[in-house]
Design a protein around this ligand. Structure first.
Ligand code: SAM
Ligand code: SF4
Length: 337
């Protein structure tokens, strides 16, 4: 048997335990804050194959990653993606991987909730910004609310714990704050709000809804419910409160905040195999070349260690300055949200 390799520790003594992997840049929705209506997607040969994804994740797990989140684009529209999930099950079975999760728009869950559960997935995040069918059609451009609601029901029936992720948009879902919270409570789902980030050139100057600060959103919740701050942190940008009356947990993700950098335990991989070691910085390294250069895991693991060696301390500067107009130049669907 091979000796366990030294774990991945970055230059600031943080162990890397959490990997987020985007498996496709494609999607069956065109959410206005995420994509333009006429997206040009990457040629297939640019994407990591399912076999390359397996080798990559397997190497990270060997190096100490315990939590793997699969995202996109819409991960469940990638052809044969269940083969990849089924492959990852061996790492759950061995105990090396503690959690395999997915972030999805929910459109394919009716079909895939059961197979995901069978592959060892126990919790999923479903993105849903409104419970109003017309508003849903407007914000996703191509989505249908009823399909997503059926998907969520299928997920719960299959035994998956569901967390709803809602992008907070002033003038769009402000009026649904309590309705969303109550609907989630009734269905035993946690709810997390995400502050909207101005993304690359997606041609939606007339975007539906505007920036709604989570500080204001939280204050509104506090006007109705007694909230208790929870100490729990996941090494990422989420903070949580509990609604005392119901015990429901509500999360707040402010992607631009940097008050979690000290405990940051995560890295992201794009669907083309670039590794971003900091959400707030543009620096990245290529893992596709080493993956394609050799079947030898040692070559890949060497490249992974080099990339982790470049993980910056944090993004404690105003990174909106990185582009002249204050936008982050990469799309969420590329780095995986
Ligand atoms: N398609 C899947 C989904 O929608 O859940 C996974 C990928 S999506 C890029 C991941 C998350 O990023 C979603 O919760 C989505 O709402 C969020 N997101 C996309 N664009 C965003 C933006 N400009 N600001 C904040 N969150 C955004
Ligand atoms: Fe697709 Fe998710 Fe982006 Fe919406 S947020 S367009 S569902 S990738």
């Amino acid at each position: 048997m091979q000796d366990a390799p030294a774990p991945l520790i970055d230059p600031f003594a943080r162990a890397i335990r959490y990997l987020r992997v985007s498996v496709t840049d494609r999607c069956d929705f065109r959410c206005v804050y995420c994509m333009s209506e006429n997206m040009t997607f990457l040629p297939k040969k640019e994407l990591l194959t399912l076999e390359e994804l397996d080798r990559l994740c397997t190497s990270f797990i060997r190096l100490g990653v315990e939590k793997l989140r699969i995202t996109g684009g819409e991960p469940l529209v990638r052809r044969d993606i269940m083969t990849f999930f089924q492959g990852m099950k061996r790492h759950l079975d061995s105990g090396a991987l503690k959690e395999l999760t997915v972030t999805t728009n929910g459109s394919q869950l009716e079909k895939f909730a059961g197979p995901l559960f069978d592959a060892g997935v126990r919790r999923i995040n479903v993105s849903l910004d409104t419970l109003d069918a017309d508003k849903f059609a407007a914000i996703t451009r191509w989505g249908r609310l009823s399909q997503v609601l059926r998907g969520i029901a299928a997920a719960r029936e299959a035994g998956l714990r569901v967390k709803i992720n809602t992008v907070a948009l002033k003038g769009f879902n402000e009026d649904e704050l309590f309705r969303l919270a109550e609907w989630c409570a009734e269905n035993e789902m946690d709810l997390t709000f995400i502050e909207v980030m101005p993304m690359g050139d997606i041609g939606n100057e007339d975007r539906l809804g505007q920036f709604w600060s989570l500080k204001d959103l939280r204050a509104e919740l506090e006007g109705r419910y007694a909230l208790t701050d929870l100490a729990e942190r996941s090494g990422g940008p989420a903070r949580y409160v509990r609604i005392e009356a119901t015990g429901q947990k509500i999360g707040f993700i402010t992607p631009l905040s940097h008050n979690f950098c000290e405990s940051c335990n995560r890295v992201r991989i794009t669907c083309t195999g670039e590794i971003y070691t900091c959400l707030g910085q543009e620096g990245h390294s290529d893992l596709r070349a080493p993956l394609r250069a050799s079947e030898d895991p040692a070559v890949l693991e060497d490249a992974i260690r080099k990339a982790i060696g470049l993980k910056p301390k944090g993004h404690d500067f105003d990174y909106s300055r990185q582009t002249v107009d204050g936008r982050v130049s990469r799309h969420m669907s590329h780095t995986g949200g």
